[in-house]
Design a protein around this ligand. Structure first.
Ligand SMILES: NC(=O)c1ccc[n+]([C@@H]2O[C@H](COP(=O)([O-])OP(=O)(O)OC[C@H]3O[C@@H](n4cnc5c(N)ncnc54)[C@H](O)[C@@H]3O)[C@@H](O)[C@H]2O)c1
Length: 350
């Protein structure tokens, strides 16, 4: 079985979780616990192979990927010692990737000049490019997407910048027989999913939702970045909830707090209010505590495999349906049950 060659943009905490998670399933090939879908077509998580990575931080550029993931401001719980993938970290163009306040301890910008991204992607034989630059890096996202197109790679936009939801971008990838998935990956079971499940339960039981609030409290680099660039994240998170609310005046509220203590652990407090029988108030509070990057990587291993599968099977047009399952902000929105059923139909073994 052919491996799936993946290039990663942004060697941050998310990438550390992804590389170690894939390493875990390579070392334990028969292990299926912890996976949403053990198989995507015939692809196992252990078929994922990292061939290149791009970053701008001098502590990461020039290193092998398995070494770079433990450098700089990366914080996430170790899963296992990483496998030595062939991927090396190349210096990418900074564009709008690093806000002024991140410069210094969070990102020490390399003085090397940027490589030719498309050339590296071609030379390393990448099939799929994963975009994991900091939230709000719109210009950088578009630059890397152009390079992926040029090199003939599919692109997964894991961040909230609108890209896969833009029809002209979708068309450009599909015209080349590639796929573009996005925008902003859902975690395996993060605050968005839990909030959706609770809102769906209220709606199903005839309860009028009057308030839904989500306070995200974390200590990793992207949480610090969100202090300055929360707009796009607020939008994708709120959009993922608004379909459950049938009252125009009620808008989902999503806030972010940075703890100041470097940690991959995130705490989200949910507060939901509504009116039940006889317009009597009902309140629900819930807390979810997770290792945020690992939770995110749990979905991205499905996104990588399905991106390759859609191209293998000539099913590029099904991108919209798979995004409804994988992404916070898909072009076509679906209820979660419908989305997983349609995803599972697409990834069935043949
Ligand atoms: N569960 C999750 O953690 C989750 C879920 C959905 C989406 N995301 C998205 O994943 C992204 C990455 O999150 P993270 O926690 O790894 O962030 P991070 O800040 O730890 O890592 C980002 C990395 O990108 C690098 N970078 C900055 N500009 C760059 C450029 N122009 N080219 C290449 N590299 C560049 C930084 O040096 C850093 O190493 C964020 O945009 C976030 O919105 C995360």
């Amino acid at each position: 079985m052919k491996k799936i060659n993946v290039a990663i943009i942004g060697v941050g905490s998310f990438t550390k979780a992804l590389v170690e998670g894939v390493s875990f399933y390579i070392k334990n090939e028969d292990e299926t616990r912890g996976l949403i879908n053990p198989l995507v077509g015939d692809y196992k998580v252990s078929d994922i192979n990292f061939v290149a990575a791009f970053d701008v931080d001098e502590r990461k550029v020039g290193k092998k990927l398995h070494e770079a993931i433990s450098q700089g401001a990366n914080v996430t719980k170790d899963i296992t010692s990483p496998v030595e993938f062939e991927a090396k970290v190349y210096r990418g163009p900074t564009a709008d990737g690093v806000v002024e306040q991140m410069k210094g301890s969070f990102v020490k910008e390399s003085s090397e000049s940027s490589v030719d991204i498309a050339k590296v992607l071609k030379e390393t034989g990448a099939d799929v490019v994963l975009n994991l630059v900091p939230t709000g890096s719109d210009e950088a996202t578009r630059m890397y997407a152009e390079a992926a197109l040029d090199a003939g790679c599919s692109f997964i936009n894991c961040i909230p910048t609108p890209l896969a939801t833009i029809e002209s971008w979708q068309k450009r990838f599909q015209d080349k027989g590639l796929v573009l998935l996005g925008d902003d990956t859902k975690s395996q079971l993060g605050a968005t999913m839990l909030n959706r499940i609770l809102l769906e339960a209220l709606a199903m039981r005839g309860i009028q939702i009057s308030k839904t609030e989500q306070d995200n409290i974390g200590g990793n680099a992207d949480h610090f970045n969100l202090l300055y660039r929360k707009k796009s994240k607020e939008k994708t998170k709120s959009e993922a909830l608004s379909s459950f609310i049938d009252c125009e005046e009620v808008k989902p509220k999503v806030t972010f707090q940075y703890t100041g203590k470097p940690s991959g652990s995130k705490r989200v407090e949910l507060r939901i209010e509504g009116e039940m029988f006889g317009r009597t108030p009902i309140k629900i509070s819930a807390v979810i505590e997770d290792e945020i990057s690992i939770n995110g990587a749990g979905t991205v291993v499905d996104a990588i495999r399905v991106a390759k599968l859609l191209v293998d099977r000539g099913m590029q047009k099904e991108s919209e349906k798979v995004c409804a399952f994988l992404m916070k902000s898909p072009a076509k929105k679906m209820a979660d049950k419908e989305a997983i059923e349609s995803f599972r139909k697409i990834i069935e073994k043949k």
